[in-house]
Design a protein around this ligand. Structure first.
Ligand SMILES: [Zn+2]
Length: 142
């Protein structure tokens, strides 16, 4: 019997568009039609003004690193096989702050405010999960 995994998100009818987009390598956020603010994680109403006039919107995938913690020990499967990994909080260009993981970056090169670009880690089971890698500086649109 396979060990219980703690990294697979629950997908329901409300969040299915998010996970479908993730499978295509696109990050979706939610934006409020009443106050104009974007938020993440996805909620059915705006967390700023409580309006239910909230729609999905493709995010640019650009973000900056707000803070991080390198995890050296986690006994919950499958994280034990992944340590060390960089748990992080990033600021999306659209405004929302997002809990994620930074990949492809040695710990010594992590910097607050460093530019990041979304990537998606395909799972052998369950939906793809958004992670962030260092952006190629100067490569993207200004
Ligand atoms: Zn709002």
């Amino acid at each position: 019997m396979a060990a219980t995994r703690y990294d697979l998100p629950d997908v329901d009818a409300f969040t299915r568009p998010y996970w479908d987009a993730a499978a295509d390598g696109r990050l979706l956020i939610r934006r409020c039609g009443a106050c104009g603010k974007a938020h993440h994680y996805p909620r059915e109403f705006c967390p700023f003004c409580w309006s239910e006039d909230v729609v999905w919107e493709p995010a640019s995938g650009r973000a900056t690193l707000y803070t991080w913690s390198v995890v050296h020990r986690n006994d919950l499967p499958p994280f034990g096989e992944r340590v060390p990994y960089t748990a992080a909080v990033v600021d999306l260009d659209e405004g929302p702050r997002m809990m994620t993981e930074v990949v492809d970056c040695p710990e010594a090169e992590l910097r607050i405010g460093m530019p990041l670009q979304v990537a998606f880690r395909a799972a052998d089971e369950g939906p793809a999960v958004a992670v962030f890698a260092p952006a190629d500086e100067g490569a993207g649109p200004a």
